[in-house]
Design a protein. Structure first.
Length: 201
């Protein structure tokens, strides 16, 4: 059986990647593809632990935080992503290795090191769509949908660091997408990119 395709959706909070993932999943399903939509942090044991930590506001050392995300990804790849790729499915994941690079990099760890380790251990995505939006515009969207109260200065400064790291990444499998227009326009661009890069749709 022909191996499936892995597409990662990456970007800052509020960039709209989750909406775009749903829109693309729908188009691909209508076109007859066998689509698996999944996300990180996952709904598995480690993913739940990460979400509980985020809710509680608890801050753990950056190295340990990275270990948690990598362990979650390890389970995700082993139990969900690899079997789906082996079965020839189209896998869309909401966040993957580049999120660890940008966010745990923003906590002070070495982004290149996280990227190298991630690429060495996990399957490379066929395509990583990087939805670009500046940090404060993303936070404003999160606030507008009722996600959080007024973002703190620290939160904004942290996301600006993550934004800089996302901007600095250079890999052949990354395609940057301007996430500032309306969702329908961004969707058109996503479809065009799939056509150009993967000869799909
Ligand atoms: P997010 O996609 O915002 O999940 P949801 O809105 O569905 O809860 O991800 C949760 C947070 O986890 C987000 O702020 C980014 C962060 N994160 C990391 O710091 N490192 C990682 O490796 C991943 C996958 C996510």
């Amino acid at each position: 059986m022909k191996r499936g395709t892995l597409i990662a959706f990456e970007g800052l909070d509020g960039c709209g990647k989750s909406t775009q993932l749903e829109l693309l999943a729908e188009v691909l399903r209508e076109a007859g593809f066998d689509v698996l939509a999944t996300r990180e942090p996952t709904d598995g044991a480690m993913g739940q632990r990460i979400r509980a930590m985020a809710r509680s506001g608890e801050v753990i050392p950056a190295e340990e935080e990275l270990r948690w995300f990598v362990e979650d990804r390890r389970e995700h790849v082993r139990d969900t992503i690899e079997p789906a790729l082996a079965a020839g499915r189209m896998v869309l994941t909401d966040r993957y290795t580049l999120s660890s690079v940008a966010y745990q990099g923003a906590r002070g760890l070495d982004p290149e090191e996280i990227l190298r380790a991630g690429e060495a251990e996990f399957p490379l995505p066929d395509l990583a769509l990087l939805f670009e939006l500046d940090a404060d515009a993303g936070l404003a969207r999160v606030k507008a949908r009722g996600g959080v109260a007024e973002p703190s200065f620290e939160q904004s400064a942290f996301l600006q660091k993550a934004e800089k790291i996302f901007e600095s990444l250079e890999r052949a499998y990354i395609e940057r997408i301007d996430a500032s227009p309306a969702p329908e326009q961004v969707r058109e661009r996503v479809l065009a990119v799939l056509h150009e890069r993967l000869a799909l749709l």
